[in-house]
Design a protein around this ligand. Structure first.
Ligand code: HPA
Length: 272
């Protein structure tokens, strides 16, 4: 079955099962779960959704949650797919096509990331202003379906400047400090060597992670606006290397995610 037809089939399936008409999709990263009260709530495990891959990582619940949050209809991916799990970037990004087909115009991505900017601290929230893609596979590689998007999509504004400004304004009225930075996507699953952290910094990165970039590429290809946040779960010091564990990542993301959830919830009504 062609990608285009799979997208329509999945979009119809989800629409038939939910009570709202989502305009915004939020993707939860590792350990991130808190958000406000959701009304009109429906949960669909990924395993029940036709053509969806199934998430395997600890800390990723693997379900689609839809409902109304702070007055806005949303579709939340609780659990995302990663290249290191063995999926192709095409499989990882399939849900993004489906959300677009359902009428979603804005994608909010979150993730856990390790800082390579020495000014960042564990537990900081970084507004993603740009990214560097070090994943070995681009989700748009292969024949292009012009019904979906252009062959050579522009990446001059991967993260919406308007939404960055909006997020900064709202965060400042809420007293939530934000860092700004460039996210570097690495393949994983091993974390970086000290030399690799140094490389990410030299290349212009502020934080490293193993996700997000494929989804953002496809969202931009489809003409969606993107807003991205990284929770800084560890700060790499290549000159005094310390171990980072997945447990630490999940713990720090978990305790920071409430603050991030409040911020995202406050931003939602402003996404026209
Ligand atoms: N590197 C890559 N991915 C990560 C890190 C890191 O240091 N921390 C959380 N996700």
């Amino acid at each position: 079955m062609e990608l285009f037809d799979r997208i329509q089939e999945t979009a119809e399936f989800i629409k038939s099962r939910i009570a709202v008409s989502p305009k915004v999709t939020i993707i939860f990263g590792s350990g991130i779960s808190a958000l406000g009260e959701i009304s009109n709530r429906t949960e669909i495990p990924y395993s029940e959704i036709p053509h969806f891959p199934v998430s395997t990582v600890k800390g990723h619940a693997g379900k689609l949650i839809t409902g109304t949050l702070n007055g806005v209809d949303v579709a939340i991916m609780a659990g995302r797919f990663h290249y290191y799990e063995g999926y192709s970037t095409k499989e990882i990004t399939f849900p993004i096509y489906v959300f677009k087909a359902m009428g979603v115009e804005t994608l909010i991505v979150t993730n856990a990331a390790g800082a390579v900017n020495p000014n960042f601290r564990q537990g900081d929230i970084m507004l993603i202003v740009d990214h560097i893609n070090l994943l070995p596979e681009n989700p748009l590689r292969g024949p292009n379906d012009e019904r979906l998007g252009p062959r050579f999509p522009s990446m001059h504004e991967p993260y919406s400047r308007d939404l960055i400004e909006l997020a900064e304004n709202i965060a400042s009225t809420m007293g939530i400090p934000l860092q700004r930075g460039v996210y570097v996507a690495i393949q994983g699953p091993p974390l970086e060597t000290p030399a690799e952290y140094r490389m990410a910094r030299i290349l212009g990165g502020d934080a490293d992670g193993m996700s997000t970039v494929p989804e953002v590429i496809v969202a931009r290809y489809l003409g969606m606006k993107v807003l991205g946040f990284s929770i800084i779960t560890n700060v790499a010091d290549p000159y005094n290397p310390q171990p980072t564990t997945h447990e630490e990542v999940i713990e720090v993301a978990g305790r920071t995610s409430e603050k991030l959830g409040k911020l995202i919830s406050a931003i939602l009504p402003h996404l026209a």
